[in-house]
Design a protein around this ligand. Structure first.
Ligand SMILES: [Zn+2]
Length: 254
């Protein structure tokens, strides 16, 4: 597995470090703007994984508050499970732009540089270098980056396409370039699901005790196991197959 902490970033473990609220799925990181000038206290309280400061002189220019795949509070309930949150420290300057985002102060050189590193780091984890560009709130099934405004009706923050392109100079990767991602779900009769996820393998983590419906999986009278590839096309497999996948994964992770 890739590193949990971004090389060179200042580490300040917040309340969600150590997987206090579980692991996210690493399929849909979210771009944010702080609308502030010093959001370090918010970071320590567990709201984001990465805070990119305006200047390199503050905490190396970027602070990480929790493991890259740790759940943090950066967006509302279902979505924080999907990927890490990245906050760029910037204020609004008034009005909205054509992409439906609030206008913000320009990103600094430091922010563009750390943005590049964060996107490359998430790509190591299998996240495609693509920014969502569809209707708001219809991101289910999207595997890649997304702006906060596209998942939360009360927010209008994120990166413009031009800003995003500064951080991904090579341009978007083709669909599926993030490598094979397997998700395995175990549904239980008590209405809980064990979620198992891995990148290029089968299992990287499990999340126990979440309602089955959260993942849009069918509720049935019998236990079931589902798996999907690249966060889409969920299929059900038998518990026997799932058990084999789990054993194979445990070996890979050992
Ligand atoms: Zn936000």
């Amino acid at each position: 597995m890739p590193d949990l902490w971004l090389p060179g970033a200042y580490i300040d473990k917040g309340v969600n470090a150590g997987y206090k609220n579980g692991r996210c799925q690493m399929i849909r990181p979210v771009e944010h703007a702080t609308v502030g000038s010093d959001s370090r206290g918010v970071g320590r309280r567990g709201y984001m994984n990465f805070l990119v400061h305006r200047e390199a002189s503050r905490e190396n220019g970027c602070t990480q508050y929790a493991e890259i795949d740790s759940v943090t509070w950066h967006s509302f309930e279902p979505h924080r499970l999907f990927g890490p949150g990245v906050e760029y420290e910037r204020l609004t300057t008034g009005g909205m732009n054509a992409e439906g985002l609030s206008n913000f102060e320009d990103l600094t050189e430091n922010q563009i540089e750390w943005g590049k590193r964060i996107h490359a780091f998430c790509h190591e984890w299998g996240v495609p270098l693509d920014l969502y560009n569809g209707p708001r709130y219809e991101v289910d099934g999207w595997f890649g980056w997304v702006n906060h405004k596209d998942i939360d009706p009360s927010r209008s923050d994120g990166l413009t396409r031009a800003e995003w392109n500064l951080m991904v100079p090579s341009g978007p990767t083709s669909e599926g370039d993030g490598g094979l991602m397997w998700n395995v779900f175990y549904g239980n009769l008590d209405g809980t699901v064990t979620f198992i996820h891995g990148i290029g393998a089968v299992v990287a983590f499990r999340l126990v005790g979440r309602p089955v419906g959260m993942f849009g999986l069918p509720m049935g009278e019998l236990d079931y196991i589902g798996f999907n590839v690249n966060g889409m096309n969920t299929r059900l497999v038998t518990p026997e197959v799932g058990n084999k996948l789990e054993k194979a994964s445990a070996k890979l992770l050992a």
